[in-house]
Structures are given as structure tokens and as C-alpha cells.
Design a protein around this ligand. Structure first.
Ligand code: MTE
Length: 319
């Protein structure tokens, strides 16, 4: 984690508030003089290629929970990434040889800045922030994850959606030669997800490029994946290669596959059961097999920030 214990901090690392502010001013001035595209950012995001490399200049972001994060091991060995297999340990086992660079992201549809961006150029205009979020999977387990990412609202603003843009659609890499799970038709590839523009520009939404202060591991969606903490985990599409601004609601993988079980919204809602199990409680990974399940919170506890997005919407029908 980025938070260092006082005993770990060398005196040379301590920056007085005065120097810190000067440094930010200096970097801002540099951004203007250099004619860079940096908006209000003081730092531009640099994500090294090397696996496990530390990310520099990560600022503590807003909205982090003070719950204890899960261990690095829990977060990186138990998850879903069907492109690498359907078992919970498959992404960890089968994504080790995956090379997430070079990588590009295609931006298309209803926005001014369409094009194919190198990953490095795509993230550069934005600040890296740490956001420690509670995450709730639709399979009734949860974790607390210290993500590092860039604000999706900033990205959307930067890409300048037209007045017709009502949704943002995302797609994952679809390459059977690099992703063994794609050789089986467990889903209609590529993996697809989507948000309304209001959801994408909510300050909680991020595109994650790291966790625990380090470059994002392959199994968690390297080099870039979506994180929307008030929704079930399947909305958090990994290995993003395409973003499309659309007027009409985009198709999403789990809704296409099992429409009765998975809707477009996928907001965490303890009052609406999955057709095959209850969503009222959740098992926190790492809490031990004898630990009791804890109650699931509406919008995963982020209601104050997001409930207004769904005013007047029947959340039982729009699940
Ligand atoms: N993204 C892609 N491309 N393919 C997937 O199979 N699984 C989703 C989501 N993103 C998935 C995906 C599901 S069901 C969950 S619960 C989360 O990833 C789990 O991964 P995480 O623990 O790294 O967030």
C-alpha cells in the first residue's frame, strides 16, 4: 500500500508542505510552458511496463473506505476473467505469460477525439490516484481493493462526447492466441460492458491501471480496466481495447448471455435476489471459512454518491 509507516520514511523523503506546494506550482507551470495537454493536472500518469513496478506520483484519491484492504494474494489469485478460464484461480494461473504491452485503445462513436491511442498516451493527461474501494461480486463475495487509477469522468471530458452521446461502451481484447479461455465459447466474445454517461462521469468511476501502488497484474485486467464500486463486479471490464460513445444502450456480455439473471444496470441491491440465490449477504474473502456473512449494503454502501442517478427508476425491473 502507499501509506508508509513512519519508521519506513527516510528523512530525505519528507517534504515540507511549503516545498510540496512549490513543486506542484512548478509542475503546473511546466505543463503550460511545455504546451502539454495537461488540463488541471499537476502530474501526468506514467505506467511502467515492467511487471510489479511501483507507480510514482500516486495521490490519495477521494472516497476511499477505511476498511482494511484484502491481501495482495487474495486480490490476485481469486477472481473472474473468463478469457483466461472460468475457475477462480484460472486468471492467476493462465494469465502469467500474457504480454499487456504494446497496447492501444480505440475511441470511436459520438465524441470529438476519436482515434487509436497508445496506452501510454491515453493515460498521460491524467493524475494517478489511489482509491480503496469495497468491491461486491454478483456471486455474493466481496473484497476491499486499493486500486490505482485515473478518473473516468476526466477521461470522458477529455474525449469530448457530442450531445448525442448517452452511453459509453467498452470492449476487451479478443485474441484467442493470447487468451486461452477465448478458444471456448463460454461467452460471445469480445467481453462487453457499458455505462450511461452519468455513471461514467460520476466521480467514483475510475479506469484502474494498478493496485497496491504497483502496475496492475494481468489477472486483474492489465493494462487498464474499469472500476465502478457501486455495481456488481462483472461491470468491471478488464483489458479494455475499445471505448465507444453511443446514443443507444450498448449490449453487455452477461446480459446477452443470461438476460433474466443479469441486467444492464447491475447496481448492488440486497433487496433484489439473483434468480438462483439471495443478494442480501456477502462473504468477505479472507475472513476465514467460519466467519459469518455480512449484510450487503444498497449500492454497496456508495448510495450517497450515486442514488440520485436512479431517481424514479424501478430498481426491481431495472436490475
Ligand atoms: N472482464 C473481462 N474481460 N472478462 C471477465 O470474465 N469478469 C468480471 C470482471 N471483469 C470479467 C471481467 C467479473 S464477473 C468480476 S467479479 C471481476 O472482473 C473480478 O475481477 P477483479 O477481482 O479483478 O475485480
Amino acid at each position: 500500500m502507499l501509506i508508509k509507516k513512519p519508521s519506513d520514511i527516510r528523512p530525505s523523503e519528507i517534504t515540507s508542505e511549503h516545498n510540496y506546494l512549490n513543486r506542484r506550482e512548478f509542475m503546473r507551470a511546466g505543463a503550460v510552458v511545455g504546451g502539454s495537454l495537461l488540463g488541471s493536472s499537476a502530474f501526468s500518469a506514467i505506467v511502467p511496463e515492467a511487471r510489479g513496478a511501483k507507480l510514482a506520483n500516486v495521490e490519495p484519491g477521494a472516497f476511499s473506505t477505511d476498511e482494511t484492504p484484502n491481501s495482495y494474494e487474495d486480490i490476485t489469485t481469486y477472481n473472474n476473467y473468463y478469457e483466461f478460464g472460468t475457475g477462480k484461480a484460472d486468471p492467476f494461473k493462465n494469465a502469467q505469460d500474457f504480454e499487456p504491452r504494446p497496447w492501444s485503445i480505440t475511441v470511436e462513436g459520438e465524441c470529438e477525439k476519436t482515434g487509436i491511442f497508445d496506452f501510454e498516451d491515453f493515460v498521460k493527461p491524467f493524475d494517478l490516484e489511489e482509491r480503496i474501494y469495497r468491491m461486491r461480486c454478483v456471486e455474493a463475495w466481496s473484497m476491499v481493493i486499493p486500486w490505482v487509477g485515473i478518473s473516468l469522468a476526466e477521461v470522458v471530458k477529455y474525449l469530448q462526447p457530442t450531445s448525442k452521446a448517452r452511453y459509453v461502451a467498452f470492449e476487451t481484447l479478443n485474441d484467442a492466441s493470447r487468451m486461452p479461455g477465448i478458444r471456448r465459447r463460454t461467452l460471445d466474445w469480445p467481453y462487453r460492458e457499458g455505462l450511461t454517461i452519468e455513471e461514467a462521469t460520476n466521480p467514483l468511476s475510475i479506469l484502474a491501471v494498478g493496485l497496491y501502488g504497483e502496475v496492475l497484474p494481468n489477472q486483474n485486467g492489465a493494462p487498464i480496466r474499469l472500476v465502478v464500486p457501486w455495481k456488481y463486479g462483472f461491470k468491471g471490464i478488464k483489458g479494455i481495447v475499445r471505448m465507444r460513445f453511443t446514443e443507444r444502450r450498448p449490449k453487455t456480455s452477461w446480459n446477452m448471455s443470461q438476460p433474466r439473471e443479469y441486467g444492464f444496470y447491475a447496481n448492488v441491491n440486497p433487496e433484489v435476489d439473483h434468480p438462483r440465490w439471495s443478494q442480501a449477504r456477502e462473504r468477505r474473502i479472507g475472513s476465514g471459512i467460519f466467519a459469518s456473512k455480512q449484510p450487503t449494503l444498497m449500492f454497496n454502501g456508495y448510495g450517497e454518491k450515486v442514488a440520485h442517478l436512479y431517481k424514479g427508476l424501478d430498481l426491481r425491473r431495472n436490475y
